[in-house]
Design a binder for this molecule. Structure first.
Ligand code: AMP
Length: 394
């Protein structure tokens, strides 16, 4: 997908509307991981250097069109200002702000409150989204799309707004596309994709689309139990999506035909319940007790996965191998993260949540080839889907 670049826009002394992805995990007003804020800084700095005034539009969580102060961007304005070393004004109002935006001088930044407090932002009704986009288009003269984590959404500030103004992708979005293009067109082999996380339904399409492009797919996380159960194994109380058994069975057959190896865990760490207090017991993947649930891949599996990963020249990873939030079940995810840092070719951690997981486990960003800020967006790109936010910037 060819998108317009910042260099295609006349930026000097322009009033810019910048769509960022500042969707960071926040608990009780405290930012737990500011990776997405940090990733947004280079484009903002570039705009400041070009004497632009900047109105930033961003979202946080899923407030479903209602004002929910637990999902306010106010703490983000403070953190953004700390990183930039300049003041970031915050507007708790979203609509009716064109007067305020017009008064911004070159070098001034205004961050609007969570755009998803406006029901029209995510509305299925195009006319509603257009109405909000028209209102927002008065806030500046050009549109820069840099919120990679939202480009797979046909939302007013991502799609319709971009269409109303001269537009270009910010440097973050351009960098993300470059990496994803590298993963889809002629990746250096062997090429491995590692998928984990909660649900197969979220990732089955990407597995299916990547089958003829990769050499190896390793599966972990909650989604692995649907694979095991589809092969007739006992999975106890583990997470499962029985409606996908047939899809998974067909996928395994196709993989075999194509000569793609699907790596599944051979041992599992189980617990009696979904709790950080539950103790971890190591069992064979063939013999998960009926009263237990699988919460991480086992030690042998982690070792096997890691051994295969380090041999590859291109590796994409999305989704934790287990419930890494519980100390007893973080080992699998940690082992895979470690293996990625040892890959001699391109290693990509895909997604804000996966990125937050590796940081929480103590890994540094620069240990990996690239950390993508968008999980859903990068998966949909790899699925081969057309992403509305990129289409609008093309
Ligand atoms: P996702 O957003 O689909 O990447 O899923 C991430 C979530 O999957 C994390 O919060 C993990 O706790 C969860 N997860 C990983 N492994 C398991 C598992 N075995 N059982 C339940 N949840 C899991």
């Amino acid at each position: 997908m060819k998108v317009k670049k910042l260099s295609d826009l006349k930026l000097e002394s322009t009033r810019v509307i910048l769509r960022c992805d500042l969707n960071v995990p926040i608990k009780n007003g405290v930012i737990l991981d500011d990776g997405r804020i940090v990733a947004s800084i280079p484009t903002i700095r570039k705009l400041l250097a070009a004497n632009c005034s900047i109105v930033i539009i961003a979202h946080l969580g899923r407030p479903k069109g209602e004002r929910n102060l637990e999902m306010s961007l106010a703490p983000v304005a403070i953190r953004l200002s700390q990183w930039l070393g300049v003041a970031v004004e915050f507007s708790s109002e979203i609509t009716g702000q064109s007067g305020k935006c017009r008064k911004l001088k070159p070098g001034q930044i205004l961050l609007l409150e969570n755009i998803r407090f406006e029901a029209a932002e995510t509305s299925k009704d195009q006319a509603e989204r257009e109405k909000l986009a028209i209102e927002l288009s008065n806030y500046g003269d050009v549109y820069v799309g840099d919120g990679f984590g939202a480009v797979h959404r046909k939302h007013a500030s991502v799609y319709e707004l971009a269409n109303l103004l001269p537009h270009a992708a910010g440097d973050l979005v351009s960098a993300e596309i470059k990496v994803l293009e590298g993963l889809t067109s002629e990746p250096i082999r062997p090429y491995a994709v590692i998928l984990g996380g909660a649900k197969v339904s979220d990732k089955i399409a990407v597995i299916s689309n990547l089958l003829d492009k990769v050499d190896l797919i390793a599966v972990g996380g909650g989604m692995v139990f649907t694979f095991l159960a589809a092969q007739g194994k006992q999975i106890g109380k583990s997470l499962v999506e029985p409606e996908l058994f047939e899809v998974v069975q067909k996928l395994l057959i196709r993989a075999k035909e194509l000569g793609v190896r699907i790596l599944l865990p051979t041992d599992i760490l189980v617990g009696a319940e979904f709790s950080d207090k539950t103790s971890a017991v190591l069992v064979s993947a063939d013999e998960i007790p009926v009263d237990s649930m699988g919460l991480d891949i086992g030690v042998e599996s982690a070792k096997n996965f890691a051994q295969e990963i380090v041999k590859c020249k291109t590796v994409f990873w999305n989704g934790p191998m287990g419930v890494f939030e519980f100390e007893n079940f973080a080992g699998g995810t940690k082992a895979i993260a470690q293996a990625l840092t040892e890959v001699s070719g391109l290693s990509v951690v895909g997604g804000g949540d996966s990125a937050a997981a590796v940081r929480k486990l103590g890994f540094k960003d620069d240990s990996f080839g690239y950390i993508s800020t968008g999980g859903g967006a990068s998966l949909e790109y790899l699925e081969g889907k057309e992403l509305p936010g990129l289409l609008a910037l093309s």
